[in-house]
Design a protein around this ligand. Sequence first.
Ligand code: ZN
Ligand code: ZN
Length: 147
Amino acid sequence: MMKVPLSVQCPYCKHSLMGSDKIIDGYSSVRVIIQYGNKRGTLFLSSVYDSHNNVSEIDVPLDEKVLFFCPLCNSDLLTTSLCDKCNAPMASFELSQGGKLNICSRRGCKQHFIKFADLAREISVLYDVYDVYSVSSPLLLTKKSIP
Ligand SMILES: [Zn+2]
Ligand SMILES: [Zn+2]
């Protein structure tokens, strides 16, 4: 199965969250700060869109919600939109190719999606960069099966 990495940046300071030393799924991972209770630590997320692999410096029990912060500007990355599946706030990141990556802030919930500001333009960009994805509904990307 072919895998492609996303390139994620902070929506506030626009710095890339890529380039960490931690390799997950064969690619440099996405680095964010999470907070659970009074504990704060780094969370490394796989940059492969359909992968849920991650490595956390702090222990978060399954089904607990965490706060997400940018490691560079410390902005709160949680949004007011709630997860369709579990009602936790979604954390939002920008893609350097354009668009947004939203992931659920509850540990163990696999809800995540990509949203485009300018659909036609962003899809053509995405097709150029990641031609393994296809669009199944206007705002939702799923993986196309590769013949
Ligand atoms: Zn930032
Ligand atoms: Zn959720």
